[in-house]
Write a protein that binds this ligand. Structure first.
Ligand code: ADP
Ligand code: ZN
Length: 731
């Protein structure tokens, strides 16, 4: 499909600056421009990026029009991609130029692909194998197929450039001139995968058939952790590549995906393109261009990879589809899972949503037949699901200042005796969630947020988990000034680590918490060490819940299974259930290993969520959750949108929110209800006060149109920010 071309005099250009100017007319160059082409256009004194949108409107004096400065040699966006961006903007109520900007956020997009000097493996020996040199070589090996300048390689390895230069001098590495944008090595889809188990084979056949047929479809691929879902969707990737189309795999914790990249390489003989915050500018630029030219077959990425200008995307896999990190709540509010479905439906592509614990939305969509569903019933091989049991804390003799019950401690002792690993899970970073003054009762809070400062003893600082501000732990109370009365209240993982060290002094313990690692690489190394069995007791936050393989791990102890059950948020039960299932799934996951045990410490062993987890009857839980939501008219049966207003002054934002609520007749006209304004769940962030309104509408109501109607013509007071969050995650 050739995109329409526009010749002089006029072309409409979407101007992609940060301040979102919009769509303007420019004089087209003599040779014409095509829809979807990237150009540079003058704007005031600057030259800015623009995207050719359509023919000029002709309502502006030709003599005053400025000319397109340059047509960039990037691949023009194809019509399906433009259609996707337009509809994504409409759905999320994002101004279109802002959405287009998201799709053009690659470094040096306006620079020609000049040759540059890159580092490639050499033939010589590394000379003296220092730790720094070994790290550089390891980074090269980890990123086979990527091209790095010496400085980027040094940065990734966390060493000085001189280390890389030294390796070049010794001949272990070589520096060559290479074109900037190299195509990615082709993946070979004809290489055979592992022989599949019968249910895997059936799932693979169904997906392959759907991809060959070439239409749109979404499939929920469900199966407990370790049931072989990844193996199945790699078969779908193989089919997509065999059809000559591109595939995208979205992962939640992309920084931790080394294991996954290795698996792709083992399966297809080459590495995929990687897209996430941890890759270099050069690689981002390269991947962006190669996606547009169809010169990367498979991309593995974080949620924003969905906005890459793929030439012909035929498959999108959303792994751990329930994961909260797929929702972006900043500038543009979107759910990558839902946008994947939108993009695929425009592209006649397939979506695979993989999870052991699907989101309620996907569960309901599969139940109503909107999505297909494929189930993998057992773990691959013979490994059994962990046995689950509650530890009723009301019946345990808990010592003051201790959080590991005698029953859990005994289970850990048994594992130590057998040389097996235990995981003690608490989803709370830091040492203690609250620091209180025993003289005046003051709880130390953040200066600019409505949040308590959390003590991080390893860093010896108080940290705001909202804005990241840190300060030294004071010796005197900042409120009453009394010395030596500040006390940590409640446990965080660091405190549990202290307890473990005191109670199991001979065991080797490792704390896994995202804030304790300088880099994704350091975290990866620790995880690799744990996998190899180099730890007796792992103490971890939710990063341990995500898909790592710890073969010697046979016991999971959840310190506080009640955490997350409370709270007004209607998603609390769903999230808690998912997290608990995922964590428990870490125990005894490998085929052939001893069956694992998961013990949940709780004060409410009869709570519906705890009972559902213990009984393993997931369907019962989902059906009950779905029935509750349906009765309340809440998602996915009704629709929700959030409006967040923020301003440095509380009175100003409160007044304006009430004013806005008073104008909401367009909402009532479509049958939507407006709740609030009320203080947002976090009422102050970075010094800005936040008010929230929630809108609930029936499933079929034109919610976006009504909101757009309501907000059109509203002028925001100076310094007021308004964001619309369609399908908010918390409510
Ligand atoms: P999931 O994605 O459901 O967690 P994986 O696909 O990662 O499961 O499979 C779990 C483990 O079992 C992995 O180590 C994987 O290599 C192995 N595995 C899965 N399917 C097969 C198979 N058909 N043959 C051999 N090993 C398999
Ligand atoms: Zn703060």
């Amino acid at each position: 499909m050739t995109p329409p071309e526009f010749f002089p005099p006029r072309a409409r250009i979407a101007v992609l600056t940060a301040e979102t100017v919009g769509v303007l007319d420019y004089l087209a160059p003599d040779e014409g421009v095509r829809q979807g082409q990237l150009v540079l256009v003058p704007l005031g004194p600057r030259r800015v990026l623009g995207l050719v949108w359509g023919p000029g409107k002709g309502d502006f004096d030709l003599a005053k029009l400025r000319a397109v400065a340059r047509v960039l040699d990037a691949q023009p966006f194809d019509a399906r991609f433009l259609d996707f961006l337009t509809r994504a903007a409409e759905y999320t109520l994002t101004p279109l130029p802002l959405m287009l900007r998201m799709a053009t956020r690659a470094p040096d997009i306006d620079q020609p692909p000049a040759a540059r000097r890159i580092i490639v493996p050499g033939t010589g020996q590394p000379g003296r194998a220092t730790e720094a040199r070994t790290r550089v070589l390891q980074v090269m090996a980890d990123h086979g197929g990527a091209s790095f300048a010496a400085s980027e390689l040094a940065q990734l390895a966390g060493v000085g450039t001189s280390v890389v230069k030294g390796l070049v001098a010794s001949g272990a590495l070589t520096e060559i001139e290479a074109p900037r944008d190299l195509p990615y090595p082709a993946l070979d889809p004809t290489r055979p995968g592992k022989p599949l188990a019968p249910d895997q084979q059936a799932a693979s056949d169904t997906l392959r058939g759907a991809i060959r047929a070439g239409g749109y479809g979404t499939t929920l691929l469900r199966g407990v952790t370790g049931s072989g879902k990844t193996e199945v969707y790699l078969e779908a990737v193989a089919e997509c590549l065999a059809q000559g189309r591109q595939a995208l795999v979205l992962l939640p914790e992309i920084a931790l995906s080394a294991e996954f990249l290795d698996r792709v390489e083992a399966r297809f003989g080459a590495r995929p393109g990687e897209w996430h915050s941890g890759i270099t500018r050069t690689e981002r630029r390269r991947l962006w261009h190669m996606a547009g030219r169809g010169q990367v077959g498979l991309v593995v990425g974080a949620r924003s990879a969905l906005f890459l200008p793929f030439a012909d995307l035929g498959l999108i896999v959303v792994d751990e589809e329930h994961d909260g990190s797929y929702k972006q709540e900043d500038v543009v509010y979107y759910s990558a899972r839902d946008m994947a479905v939108l993009r695929a439906s425009i592209n006649r592509a397939q979506v695979v949503l993989a999870s052991a614990t699907p989101s309620l939305e996907s569960w309901v969509n599969a139940a109503t037949g909107k999505y297909a569903r494929l189930d993998l019933r057992s773990r691959y091989g013979e490994a059994e699901l962990p046995q689950m049991a509650a530890i009723d804390l009301r019946a345990e003799a808990m010592e003051q200042g201790r959080w590991i019950s005698p029953t859990l401690a005994q289970a850990v002792t048994d594992r130590l005796a057998k040389g097996e690993q235990s995981l003690i899970f608490l989803n709370r970073r830091g040492f203690a969630p609250v620091t209180v003054c025993r003289a005046c009762g003051e709880q130390i809070g953040c200066h600019q947020c409505d949040a308590r400062m959390v003590e991080h003893r390893f860093q010896n600082r108080l940290v705001c988990h909202q804005c990241g501000e840190t300060r030294p732990i004071p010796t005197a109370c900042p409120s009453c000034g009394v010395e030596g009365k500040l006390a940590p209240i409640g446990p965080g993982v660091e405190r549990i680590a202290e307890e473990v060290a005191a109670r199991f002094p001979d065991a080797k313990a490792t704390v896994l918490s995202s804030d304790l690692f300088q880099s994704a690489r350091a975290l990866k190394e620790t995880i690799a060490q744990i996998s190899e069995g180099d730890t007796d007791i792992i103490i971890g936050t939710q990063i341990v819940a995500k898909g790592h393989n710890f073969p010697r791990l046979t016991l999971v102890g959840v310190v506080d299974a009640d955490l997350g059950l409370q709270g007004a948020d209607l998603r609390a039960a769903e999230r808690s259930f998912q997290l608990m299932r995922q964590v428990a799934g870490r125990a005894g996951r490998q085929s052939g290993a001893a069956p694992g045990v998961a013990l949940l410490q709780t004060h409410q062993p009869d709570h519906a969520v705890i009972r559902a987890i213990l009984s393993g009857q997931d369907e019962t839980f989902w059906d009950a959750e779905a029935a509750g939501r349906q009765a309340a008219g809440m998602p996915p049966f009704g629709r929700l949108a959030g409006i967040i207003l923020s301003h440095p002054d509380l009175g100003t934002v409160a007044d304006f929110a009430r004013h806005l609520a008073g104008l909401a007749t367009p909402l009532a006209e479509v049958g939507a209800e407006l709740w609030g304004p009320a203080p947002a769940p976090i009422a102050r962030v970075r010094g800005r006060h936040r008010m929230r309104m929630l809108i609930r509408a029936p499933r079929q109501a034109p919610l976006q149109a009504a909101i757009a109607d309501w907000l059109s013509g509203i002028r925001l007071p100076t310094n007021m920010r308004l964001s619309v969050d369609i399908d908010p995650q918390s409510f």
